[in-house]
Ligand binder design. Sequence first.
Ligand code: ATP
Length: 135
Amino acid sequence: NERTLAIVKPDGVSGMYTSSVKKIILESGFAIQRELTVHLDEDSVRRFYAEHSTKSFFPSLVKYMTSGPVLIMVLEKTNAIADWRALIGPTDASKAKVTHPDSIRAMCGQDLERNCVHGSDSLDSAAREISFFFY
Ligand code: ATP
């Protein structure tokens, strides 16, 4: 079995989407192995998204991700990483609403930044991201 890191971002939590997201997760055959609700500080977000630190949207991303609590989960199932990425849909939630209307980002996201959920994109990043939040 494979593990991936899922995050319901501040817009998802404040928009009351955590229970519908969890319902989709469980109905899709994932086990929720760990979960944690936290309000991330700027330093944590900068370290978590370090690969984006030179991008123009980085300051805005840090502001967004620190704007309220997030729900962080470790999901487990066969092919968890790719299957969770498929469920959440494309990064740009405004496009997801058109091209992937059944995706989670279409359901609760707004645009390229405020896309309501996160999913690890590879085995390496899943391992790094899980150990970032859980021992
Ligand atoms: P995530 O890593 O959160 O699952 P992703 O892999 O689809 O999303 P990345 O390219 O890793 O997207 O970007 C990380 C996050 O930064 C995005 O989820 C989004 O919130 C924000 N982001 C990405 N690109 C942009 C952009 N061009 N403008 C504003 N925000 C962006």
